[in-house]
Ligand binder design. Structure first.
Ligand code: HEM
Length: 151
């Protein structure tokens, strides 16, 4: 059986460490801090729950946090710029290193693929007047072309 990305990453605790490390960096970041200035303390935990579900963990964001529609609503009208999007991508990769997520090529390729996809959608959906998909399931992301290397 191929493990899920969630299992390979180290389960719920790994995603908690990831988003804590990420938002510690966001708070000190010139481009992102202004966007997140009014973020409630629960934010890091909610994003960890989202990412855990996306990568094959329990569907708790869908069950308890309003699912896709709630996530979408948080980004609407924000007008994320490309430099801000790219910084988000850079900081979550730094956070993945700091949080000790697996560094193997296959895991990081799948992780970054989702982060690229998700941030590009978030940026597009955040533009004023964007034509957005309002209802959808929380996505589920897999290994793609390179499954985990298990000798
Ligand atoms: C893969 C990409 C992304 C994912 C998975 C993601 C996920 C989320 C989720 C789940 C929430 C809602 C949290 C809750 O339920 O409380 C949220 C809110 C938010 N996101 Fe994103 N996001 C992504 C990209 C971005 C980008 C690129 C930016 C800006 C550069 C951004 C800025 C924000 C902000 C400012 C909030 C609202 C924080 C608040 O509650 O005040 N997101 N995001």
């Amino acid at each position: 059986m191929t493990p899920t990305l969630y299992e390979w990453a180290g389960g719920a605790a790994a995603f908690t460490r990831l988003t804590e490390a990420f938002y510690a960096r966001v708070e000190k970041d010139d481009l992102l801090e202004p966007l997140f200035a009014h973020m409630p303390p629960s934010h890091a935990r909610h994003v960890a729950t989202w990412l855990a579900e996306v990568f094959g963990g329990p569907a708790d964001y869908t069950a308890h946090h309003g699912g896709y529609a709630h996530m979408l609503g948080k980004h609407l009208g924000m007008g994320i710029t490309e430099p801000q999007r790219r910084r988000w991508v850079n900081l979550i990769q730094d956070a993945a290193d700091e949080a000790g997520l697996p560094g193997d090529p296959e895991f990081r390729a799948a992780f970054l693929a989702y982060v690229e996809w998700g941030t590009r959608l978030a940026r597009r959906n955040s533009q004023p007047g964007a034509d957005v998909v309002r209802e959808a399931p929380v996505p589920r992301w897999g290994w793609g072309e390179a499954p985990p290397y298990q000798p």
